[in-house]
Ligand binder design. Structure first.
Ligand code: G3P
Length: 218
């Protein structure tokens, strides 16, 4: 499973990229707004730090506007993935851009039918939002199961399932059990993947016993 980080905070991305375990980055207009920076500057900086796909979302809602914005975004770097909303115009832009060899991420997916049409439009990634469905009292992970099953039925579909709106490590584990290709995680959730109290307790005991030996390794 690939791990992307869902943020436009470049300090956080730099720190997480140093682990060598970061496969990509996703941003959205809300995250760019939170960064307080200009989209072109922040996306260029992220693309230079992380070699994998970096999703940058269009703000236009009409096909021509999306295509104009996509032309600007794709010029930032080869690893820019143009993020488009799951609307008729967004999917039309997705189809055109995919045909032109541009990576695309179709976002704001909340149903299996939407995921199917996004795949038909040739999206490189589809982003179902599990947390926002959970917030409504629905089961976001059921949507992931449906999409993975549907895509598996049609091996010609190459769209990767990018689980978004992830709120905690259990979402990540459940998505991995279902065979989702990618999870994009807020930095705090990505850091949580490392943690277990028994790891901390066990390490403290090992270090205490080791100190008592008086030995060094290097
Ligand atoms: O970037 C899309 C998605 O991950 C947003 O998540 O937490 O705003 O529902 P959230």
């Amino acid at each position: 499973m690939k791990f992307f980080v869902d943020t436009a905070d470049t300090a956080d991305i730099k720190a997480l990229a140093e682990s060598g375990l970061l496969d990509g980055v996703t941003t959205n207009p809300s995250l760019i707004a939170k960064s307080g920076r200009k989209i072109l500057d922040v996306v260029a900086e992220i693309c230079a730090m992380v070699p994998g796909p970096v999703s940058a979302e269009v703000a236009a809602t009409d096909y021509d506007g999306m295509m104009r914005e996509a032309a600007v975004l794709r010029k930032i770097a080869d690893n820019v993935c143009v993020k488009l909303p799951l609307t008729p115009d967004g999917l039309r832009a997705c189809k055109t851009l995919t045909g032109d060899g541009v990576m695309t991420n179709v976002t704001l997916c909340f149903s299996a039918a939407q995921a199917l049409i996004a795949a038909k439009a040739g999206a490189s990634f589809v982003s179902p939002f599990v947390g926002r469905l959970d917030d409504l009292g629905q089961d976001g992970m059921e949507l992931i199961a449906d999409i993975v099953q549907i895509y598996d039925n049609y091996p010609a579909l190459t769209t990767e399932v990018l689980v978004a709106s992830v709120r905690h490590p259990i979402h990540v584990v459940q998505a991995a059990k279902l065979g989702a290709h990618v999870a994009t995680l807020p930095p705090n959730v990505l850091r949580m993947l490392y943690n277990h109290p028994l790891t901390d307790k066990g390490l403290a005991a090992f270090l205490k016993d080791w100190a008592a030996t008086g030995q060094t390794i290097a």
